[in-house]
Ligand binder design. Structure first.
Ligand code: ASP
Length: 459
């Protein structure tokens, strides 16, 4: 029966059977030492004696093997204090090779920071073998488990919303999926489950959450990817304070339970209004840590009172400052375009160490006011009804006041794990310019596929 490497410490003097990868191999003439690696850790294996030496001689790093042997205490001078199994070694009595391995194109035993990112992405399945990436993926999974438990404990219902949806003019550029059955028509991948979660409030769920994948066709940066994960939630019969308090308690509890080594600079999180932040810090994402050299300090700050509309100097036009579905402060909008600059949104963003890690708002649940929010930007009635008619109609059948938020989960993990970018906390990620170097996506497709989708490529 297999024993996990971390457990050898419980089996001194016993025979064990270990399975894993050859991490490193050190040949000392008549003795070969192998560091064997499995998901639980690393152990030193000793191959001594003519027969075992010969059996082991051909082993190379990254071969996958089964080793039988006896657990023994190492002599005091040989103890490795840096290894949890460092007081022990396994004296091999049998070796079985499951698979051999070519020399890996990248070193998987280091922390990987010295390796060019293109190579790490291309051989991601090897890159993920390194201890740092294993640790990050495990921390991510553990954090998700906490999220799941926390939201369900507070009576939130997890609902999966569609990936194939409708293209709507909000925020970023959509990823489009051509329809085979309806020539010339397209689905859009969701930038966020915003509309669905609001419709779930119309449906009477009252509390929804989802670990949601979102897609935005934007130029990527260190803290952005074409697809990313949000902890998305929505609540009915709430005011701004209720949602902010819920999110704040969630973050505090998450840190306390899963990252106890971290400390939050100030609880309750300080609040700044948008104008104040811009004036004082020239940023709507100020980093208010007391000591920026402290890897374990988490400084959380709320930014509130965002401008509802913003003037875009490039297009010389007004646009939504944030989420178009937000309620304007005071529950009203001016009657003419001239007065847009003073309107504030019931929007709140949460900043962690200078990064926006969450954002949300109390929603505009009044059908006429929602229409007006778009009309003031010059949207024609037929466009509004085509894009948002279903929302406006839904709100005419009895909608509770509601609000919610979404936490950028990859960014949160990046900051909790002190990583420099979100690619270090996502298993299979794209490069800064949106390519998957491992599978080589995006890629060309067959002529037949294009034809079925009624698509002609103009070269
Ligand atoms: N849907 C918003 C976003 O993705 C978050 C929210 O308002 O709930 O930024």
């Amino acid at each position: 029966m297999r024993t996990l490497i971390a457990d050898i410490v419980k089996h001194e003097g016993k025979e064990v059977e270990l399975m894993g990868w050859v991490d490193v191999r050190r040949d000392h003439g008549k003795i070969i030492f192998i560091d064997l690696r499995d998901r639980s850790g690393i152990a030193q294996i000793v191959f001594a004696g003519k027969e075992m030496y010969a059996a082991c001689d051909k082993l190379r790093p990254e071969w996958v093997v089964k080793i039988s042997g006896k657990v023994a205490k190492r002599p005091a001078s040989m103890v490795n204090p840096n290894l949890p199994t460092g007081e022990y070694e396994v004296q091999a009595t049998a070796l079985e090779v499951f698979t051999e391995a070519q020399t890996p194109p990248i070193d998987v035993t280091s922390d990987g920071r010295e390796i060019g990112e293109e190579n790490r992405m291309k051989y991601r399945y090897l890159d993920l073998r390194r201890a740092r990436m294993q640790k990050n993926l495990r921390a991510r999974s553990k954090t998700l488990a906490f999220v799941d438990e926390y939201f369900k404990k507070h009576d939130f219902v997890e609902v999966e919303t569609p990936i194939l949806g409708k293209s709507t003019p909000e925020g970023a550029r959509d990823y489009l999926v051509p329809s085979r059955l309806y020539p010339g028509k397209f689905y859009a991948l969701p930038q966020a489950p915003q509309q669905y979660k609001q419709l779930l409030m119309v449906a009477g769920l009252e509390r929804y959450f989802q670990i949601a994948r979102c897609f935005r066709d934007e130029d990527t940066r260190g803290d952005r990817q074409p697809e990313f994960t949000q902890i998305d939630f929505e609540m009915s019969f709430v005011e701004r304070e209720d949602v902010m308090n819920y999110l704040e308690s969630f973050i505090v509890e998450l840190v306390k339970n899963v990252y106890p080594e971290k400390h939050i600079t100030a609880v309750p999180f300080p609040r700044l209004n948008h104008a104040e932040a811009m004036k004082k810090y020239k940023s709507d994402k100020p980093d208010l840590r007391k000591d920026k050299n402290d890897a374990n300090e988490l400084s959380l700050t709320w930014i509130v009172d965002f401008p509802f509309y913003e003037y875009d100097e490039n297009t010389k036009a007004w646009d939504f400052g944030h989420n178009p579905f937000s309620m304007p402060e005071g529950g009203n909008l001016p009657d003419s375009e001239e007065d847009l600059s003073g309107v504030k949104a019931m929007q709140y963003d949460l900043i962690l160490n200078g990064f926006e890690i969450a954002g949300g708002s109390i929603r505009n649940h009044k059908p006429e006011l929602l229409k007006k929010a778009f009309e003031l930007l010059g949207y024609k009635n037929n466009v509004i009804m085509d894009k948002f008619g279903h929302m406006i109609e839904a709100f005419s059948y009895g909608v509770p006041p509601h609000g919610g938020a979404a936490v950028g989960f990859d960014r949160l993990m990046m900051l909790l794990l002190n990583e420099p970018n979100i690619r270090e906390v996502i298993a299979f990620t794209k490069t800064g310019d949106g390519r998957d170097l491992m599978s080589n996506a995006p890629s060309e497709v067959d002529e037949k596929q294009l034809k079925e989708l009624h698509i002609k490529i103009s070269k």
